[in-house]
Design a protein around this ligand. Structure first.
Ligand code: FES
Length: 89
């Protein structure tokens, strides 16, 4: 169980990448995403109208993706694919 100071990345099966904990999420240009909630959900399907945030569109398009490291999905790789990085608060 993570403590309140740990950052945790959780790729949800057929859904977004959740970021929990004290993290700043920045894009490739160093711009910080506004953080209004914890966790934040980052879009993995590429169809959200709020990218890089998830807006639930993945359900409408029947997006399929693994949710575990042994399925070829890992949180750090997903962040890199999204052009994002984390920094600890
Ligand atoms: S993962 Fe939810 S809208 Fe893309």
């Amino acid at each position: 169980m993570p403590n309140h100071r740990q950052i945790m990345l959780t790729p949800y099966r057929d859904g977004p990448l959740l970021v929990r904990g004290p993290a700043h999420v920045v894009d490739a240009d160093g711009r910080e995403l506004p953080r209004r909630r914890d966790p934040i959900a980052l879009c993995r399907c590429g169809k959200s109208r709020l990218r890089p945030l998830c807006d639930g569109t993945h359900k409408l398009i029947d997006f399929r993706a693994g949710g575990a490291p042994d399925s070829g999905c890992d949180g750090a790789g997903e962040l890199e694919r999204l052009g994002l990085a984390l920094a600890q608060e």
